[in-house]
Design a protein around this ligand. Structure first.
Ligand SMILES: *Cc1c(COP(=O)(O)O)cnc(C)c1O
Ligand SMILES: [Zn+2]
Length: 384
C-alpha cells in the first residue's frame, strides 16, 4: 500500500508522511475491490482487504458497522431520506473509524505514544483507542476549551495540554518532521483510510443500486476525502456503475469550502470565522479543503451553508420528528438537504443519505421542557 497524491499523482513513502511535495494531502492507495466482502469481521473491519491494518483487539473492533436507517419522517417533496447513524460508534462519532486504523497502525509499528490536535470528538476518539492499545496519548486542546468538552476527553485519561496560540499553526506544527510522536490529525492518511469505510457501508447497503446523494457536514475535509476515496475504489473495481453525488454542508458562520465552491475556485482560502453551535465543523482554514472541492466537483455534487437558527431547528427536528439525538454539527445535514431540494440540486424521486456524524448525547442542551406536576391520585383521570 502506497501513499499517492490525488492532485499530481506523485507516489511517496513512508506511510507516516502526510503531505505531497506539491503541498496537497496524501492518501493510501489500495488495489480496487472487485467483489463485496464475504467477511464475518466486525463493523468496518468487514472491509479489511482495503484497509492498511488488521482487525485490532479492543474497542477498535467496535468501530463502524453503523445502521443506515430509512427515515420517511425527513422525506421532503419526494426525496427518499436515509440516516447513516455515526453516533453509534464507541465514542459517538465517525472519528472512531479513523482512530481505529491510525492507532492500530502506530501500535503495530511498535510506537508507544500517539497525539492529536482536537477540542472534541477526535480527542475523545484517539484517547479511547490509545487506551485500548495501552499507548500513551497526548491531546493538544485550545486553551479556551469548555469544561464540559474537557471532561469528556479527560475520562479516557490522556495527557492534555491546553495550548495558547493559533490553532491552525498548531495543526501544522504537529506534522513537522521534528515532532517524534505520530499525530493522528483530521486528514492524516491513516485516518482517511479508516474513514472511507462510511461510504463502503452506504454503497454496499444500496448495492446493486446507488444512492443519488450523500450529504455530510464538512470541516477539515478529512471525512469527505475518505468518502471520495471509497467511491473511486468502488468504481475502479466495477462495484458502482455511477457515483453518488457528494454534498458538503457547513455553518454559514464558518464556511470556507462553500465559499470557494461557489466562487468556482480550486483552492480554499482561510477565513475569519464567527461563533457557531456546530463547533465540530468550525475549521476556518481546512487542511483538506482543496481535496474536498475536488471531491464535490468530481462527483457532480455541491456545497451549501446553513444559518444558526436553521441548525438549531434541524437539531430539534432530528429528535422530535425522527427520534435521533444528534450533535448540532450533524444537524446541518437536515437543514442542508432542504436547501438543496429547494434549489433543485436534489430532485423528486431521488434518494439522499444524511451522514449524522456525531451523537448529541455528549453535549448538554437547553430544551424547552413542558412537564406538569400532578398528584398520584389524579393519575387515572389523566391517563384515561
Ligand atoms: C470531525 C467532525 C466533523 C467534520 O469532519 P472533517 O473530517 O473534519 O471534515 C463533522 N461532524 C462531527 C460530529 C465531527 O466530529
Ligand atoms: Zn501532489
Amino acid at each position: 500500500m502506497d501513499l499517492v497524491c490525488y492532485a499530481c499523482g506523485e507516489r511517496s513513502e513512508p506511510i507516516s508522511r502526510t503531505r505531497c511535495s506539491c503541498g496537497e494531502p496524501l492518501w493510501i492507495d489500495v488495489p480496487a475491490p472487485s467483489t463485496w466482502p464475504a467477511s464475518s469481521d466486525p463493523g468496518m473491519w468487514r472491509y479489511e482487504r482495503v484497509l492498511p491494518t488488521d482487525v485490532p483487539s479492543g474497542v477498535g473492533a467496535a468501530a463502524g458497522g453503523t445502521p443506515l436507517v430509512r427515515t420517511p419522517a425527513f422525506d421532503a417533496e419526494g426525496v427518499g431520506t436515509y440516516v447513516k447513524d455515526e453516533g453509534q460508534n464507541p465514542t459517538g462519532s465517525f472519528k472512531d473509524r479513523g482512530s481505529a486504523v491510525g492507532v492500530a497502525a502506530v501500535a503495530a509499528g511498535g510506537g508507544t505514544r500517539v497525539g492529536t490536535v482536537s477540542h472534541g470528538n477526535m480527542a475523545m476518539s484517539v484517547a479511547a483507542h490509545a487506551a485500548a492499545h495501552g499507548l500513551d496519548c497526548t491531546v493538544l486542546v485550545p486553551a479556551d476549551i469548555s469544561d464540559e468538552r474537557l471532561s469528556n476527553i479527560a475520562r479516557y485519561d490522556p495527557e492534555i495540554l491546553r495550548v495558547q496560540g493559533d490553532y491552525g499553526d498548531l495543526y501544522r506544527r504537529t506534522l513537522s518532521p521534528g515532532v517524534e510522536t505520530p499525530f493522528l490529525n483530521s486528514d492524516t492518511p491513516l485516518r482517511v483510510a479508516g474513514q472511507k469505510t462510511t461510504a463502503y457501508e452506504i454503497c454496499e447497503a444500496f448495492s446493486p443500486s446507488v444512492p443519488d446523494a450523500i450529504v455530510l457536514p464538512v470541516s477539515s475535509g478529512g471525512h469527505l476525502s475518505g468518502l471520495w476515496k471509497a467511491l473511486r475504489e468502488l468504481q475502479a473495481g466495477g462495484l458502482l456503475d455511477r457515483l453518488p453525488r457528494l454534498y458538503a454542508v457547513q455553518a454559514a458562520a464558518c464556511d470556507p469550502i462553500v465559499r470557494a465552491f461557489e466562487a468556482g475556485e480550486t483552492a480554499v482560502s482561510g477565513i475569519e470565522k464567527r461563533e457557531t453551535v456546530a463547533y465540530s465543523i468550525a475549521n476556518a482554514d481546512p487542511p483538506s479543503g482543496n481535496r474536498a472541492l475536488a471531491a464535490l466537483r468530481a462527483t457532480d455534487g455541491g456545497a451549501v451553508s446553513v444559518r444558526e437558527d436553521e441548525i438549531r431547528e434541524a437539531q430539534r427536528r432530528f429528535a422530535r420528528d425522527g427520534g435521533f439525538r444528534v450533535e448540532a454539527s450533524s444537524a446541518v445535514t437536515l437543514a442542508g438537504v432542504s436547501r438543496l431540494r429547494e434549489r433543485g440540486e436534489i430532485r423528486e424521486g431521488e434518494d439522499a443519505v444524511l451522514v449524522v456524524t456525531g451523537s448529541g448525547f455528549k453535549e448538554s442542551i437547553e430544551a424547552d421542557v413542558d412537564a406538569e406536576t400532578i398528584d398520584l391520585s389524579d393519575l387515572d383521570r389523566r391517563l384515561s
